[in-house]
Write a protein that binds this ligand. Sequence first.
Ligand SMILES: Cc1cc2nc3c(=O)[nH]c(=O)nc-3n(C[C@H](O)[C@H](O)[C@H](O)COP(=O)(O)O)c2cc1C
Length: 162
Amino acid sequence: MKSVIIYSSKNGTTKRCSQILAQKLGDAELLDIKKAGGLSLSGYDTVMIGSSIRMGQINKKIKKFCDENAQELLNKNLGLFICSSMEENINRDFNANFDKSLLKNCRYRAWFGGEINLKKTRGIDKFIIKMVVKVFEKNENKNLPQINEKNIEEFAKIMSSK
Ligand SMILES: Cc1cc2nc3c(=O)[nH]c(=O)nc-3n(C[C@H](O)[C@H](O)[C@H](O)COP(=O)(O)O)c2cc1C
């Protein structure tokens, strides 16, 4: 049976993480949520869905997709992942953005790390991200976020195991 990774990415980090995941899985289709309109999940047994977090929220189209396909997703080998800068908020972010039933029924969920890219960020987003950087700079124990390949590897291993 087939596998699909459906992602949303504003500045490219979640896209890169999804590509790494696809490489590790070997046989998964990769689909930007922007191109997932009308997608039927009936041909897939494994569905992996990921988004970055902005102001505590996942992408609206990912949320809509999960709502519209909620019933069908409950019968899939389902994996959920998030890219964000603050690992310490990951449980709160999952709980605030995905339905309880999906969280309960998903095979695995994970944080794939994040990146802060000032060059790619504009306007109000740049203002916000500069504040986030300041929080990291103030805290000596906190390194700027990076993509977490180990977590992606673990996710791939669990999602592809029987
Ligand atoms: C405007 C803005 C708001 C953000 N808000 C959050 C947030 O609330 N929590 C968090 O952990 N990370 C936050 N981040 C960090 C992003 O989740 C992180 O940079 C991620 O790697 C972006 O992935 P993407 O390029 O796929 O969109 C924010 C980033 C931006 C630019």
